[in-house]
Write a protein that binds this ligand. Sequence first.
Ligand SMILES: Cc1cc2nc3c(=O)[nH]c(=O)nc-3n(C[C@H](O)[C@H](O)[C@H](O)COP(=O)(O)O)c2cc1C
Length: 177
Amino acid sequence: MNKTIAIIGSSRRNGNTGKLIDRIALDLNIEVIDLVAMDISAFDYEHNNIDDDFLPLMEHLLKHDNIIFASPVYWFAMSAQMKVFVDRLSDFLSLNALKDKGRMLREKTGYVVSTSASKEIDASFLDSFTNTFKHLGMEYGGCIHINCEQGYSTNNSDIDLVNFIEKLNPENTKVAI
Ligand SMILES: Cc1cc2nc3c(=O)[nH]c(=O)nc-3n(C[C@H](O)[C@H](O)[C@H](O)COP(=O)(O)O)c2cc1C
């Protein structure tokens, strides 16, 4: 099984962030899971939503070493769809039955893939991921950000993208330019 998997939370699966993560997934031959297509509800202190798609999704993600979180920047933050998923990680911290599973995250590396209408990635956006990884004991592997102010556009010669893909490439072979 591939060591890497991606989740995407965007208001449009085939929008800018979708195109970027699909480009990465094509090179790495990895699975991309659309959070919007899953039944994952907001964190519930009573855990009445324990039977939705969150736990099966986590079981699947935990079979991988590297987890890519792909989200557009919406209002200086991660998308609402991604935030619902991240909030649900609290299930692993608050339910005794899940704490051992939650500790497995300590062996994982998190990566961030983002698009926005700005040249630079918003610090508030990136910090919310890196601080989450830190809190969970995950390693932070790096991020790739593409400015889509003029629409989505990248190509094989985008050096940041090439470097990002190479970092995750199991054979560590050079990505064709
Ligand atoms: C609701 C909303 C909020 C946005 N907020 C920001 C923002 O805070 N900063 C920014 O640079 N771009 C912002 N944008 C632009 C998007 O980040 C950008 O178009 C992104 O590539 C969209 O990705 P998507 O096609 O996956 O939705 C926003 C777009 C939307 C729809």
